[in-house]
Design a protein around this ligand. Structure first.
Ligand SMILES: [Zn+2]
Length: 232
């Protein structure tokens, strides 16, 4: 967790650690892990990243997106979700899966299924609990903005930062899907077009901002062929 761990995150952390040994042992055997994360500029919502399986590092990628990348996005990106995050359930469980049968990037769940959170508990205080899943492999191969993604790729190939760029791009995708599903939770009547329009705008603007900054710091002598975004 970041320095200013919100009280709810501390309570949930304590609750998870205080559960019966048998429950925690079963989770260990199932390679189930929980990681709490919070946006640095607000105490709520607190996100519980739940992961089962062989890629525990993926938990940290989602956590990094929430704890660091969020604050690196331009203010209009964060403003667009201000109201949504304010109305969101205080505790959001994200089941991080490899993939899912329907091929979607993520879903919100009507009922919370993740066992430690499926029933009310004192540790949650008066926070509502919401749940979603995110299919990591799908997100990795998803071309959110096909033309833009490819155009940026060719620019970074010329530079020396393609790997770093791809990692950042993936974390912005994860963040945009988390926000997308949270939007659905808060406004179940909103059409997919509206929800998608907002999350794609978030992704596009966050990425464009990152590219601007990256380009400004690239050395011209090393990366002479690093062309100007969309100008050549
Ligand atoms: Zn949707």
């Amino acid at each position: 967790m970041a320095l200013n761990t919100p009280p709810l995150a501390q309570d949930v952390e304590r609750y998870l650690a205080a559960r019966p040994r048998a429950a925690r042992w079963l989770e260990f055997l199932a390679r189930r892990r929980y990681r709490l994360a919070a946006f640095p500029d607000r105490p709520l919502p607190v996100v519980v990243i739940a992961h089962r399986g062989r890629h525990p590092a993926r938990i940290e990628q989602v956590a990094h997106a929430i704890e660091h990348d969020w604050m690196e996005t331009p203010p209009q990106c964060r403003d667009a979700y201000e109201e949504i995050l304010r109305q969101a359930p205080g505790l959001i469980v994200v089941q991080l899966r490899r993939t899912n049968v329907c091929g979607c990037l993520g879903h919100r769940h009507v009922i919370v299924k993740e066992i430690p959170f499926s029933e009310p508990h004192d540790a949650f205080g008066d926070a509502a609990v919401g749940e979603m899943d995110i299919a990591f492999d799908r997100v990795e191969s998803w071309l959110a903005q096909p033309l833009m993604d490819t155009a940026l790729d060719t620019q970074f190939i010329a530079g020396s930062r393609l790997k770093e760029f791809h990692e950042q791009q993936l974390r912005f995708r994860l963040l945009s899907i988390l926000l997308h599903e949270t939007h659905h939770m808060v406004a179940p009547q909103a059409t997919e077009d509206v929800v998608r329009g907002r999350s794609l705008a978030f992704y596009r603007e966050a990425l464009a901002n990152y590219v601007e900054i990256a380009r400004a710091t690239l050395s011209f002598t090393i990366d002479r062929s690093f062309s100007r975004l969309g100008k050549e």
